[in-house]
Design a binder for this molecule. Sequence first.
Ligand SMILES: O=P(O)(O)OC[C@H]1O[C@H](O[C@H]2O[C@H](CO)[C@@H](O)[C@H](O)[C@H]2O)[C@H](O)[C@@H](O)[C@@H]1O
Length: 256
Amino acid sequence: MNITQTDNIALFLDFDGTLVEFADTPEGVIVSPVLRDVLAQLSLQLNGALALVSGRSIQSLNALVGLPLTMAGSHGAEWRYGDGVLQSAALSNPAFAQVRTQLLGFADKRGLIAEDKGHAVALHYRTNPDKQPTLEAYIAGELGLDQSQEVRVIRGNCVYEIQPVGVDKGVAIARFMSSDPFTGRQPVYIGDDTTDEDGFAWVNAQGGVSIKVGEGPSCAGVRLSDTGEVLAFLQLQLDKLRQLDDRTKFGVGADR
Ligand SMILES: O=P(O)(O)OC[C@H]1O[C@H](O[C@H]2O[C@H](CO)[C@@H](O)[C@H](O)[C@H]2O)[C@H](O)[C@@H](O)[C@@H]1O
């Protein structure tokens, strides 16, 4: 792994399937106290250069994580720094507004779990996989959204997500990297899903480290097998940062 200097990384972390195991419903995931503690400590050790980059809304992430972390939500359409104010991309898009209403109506009729995130709508089929072909037929066939210039379709893990064009996780990471405390650091991004590929591509182009969790095609340079390995990786980085900190404090030559 090509981390050049542990105390000079900017750490970007996807959430579902990377930090937490999948659950039947969006609210059902478990954030363990150990994970929460590692995230809080890593953010401190990196002087705040840690951000969650998720398809979830910031509101949902915040409720689950309960830490004043920097985060991007809805695949980069909204973001906040630490416990600062929520900001969002100006995505005035009448086509999305219309599609959003159609999708929510469709989900309601078919008994599908729908998440209305403002800047994106997610239709879930984890608990009823037999509905996936119907969803595909509606989104790709009837609504023809793959051809749309105004909205994009993301086929994620047991979920279809539709959002206005113009944002993705690469854009979200680039935005963070353009200001303190991220600027000048080496970006490291860990993710597991199709939408994380935009983040990997951006990080690769900047000489950063891209880490894919699980199997499947990816442009990431490194693999971790599951959320357990991700936690172990994060704990290792935290241990290294603490050692470097001690060496600095006690004047011993640092081995980075
Ligand atoms: O970018 P991420 O942080 O990975 O978020 C992607 C989507 O994650 C959530 O859905 C996924 O996790 C659910 C809980 O485990 C699961 O039930 C669902 O099947 C998965 O697709 C979240 O609900 C979405 O809003 C995120 O976009």
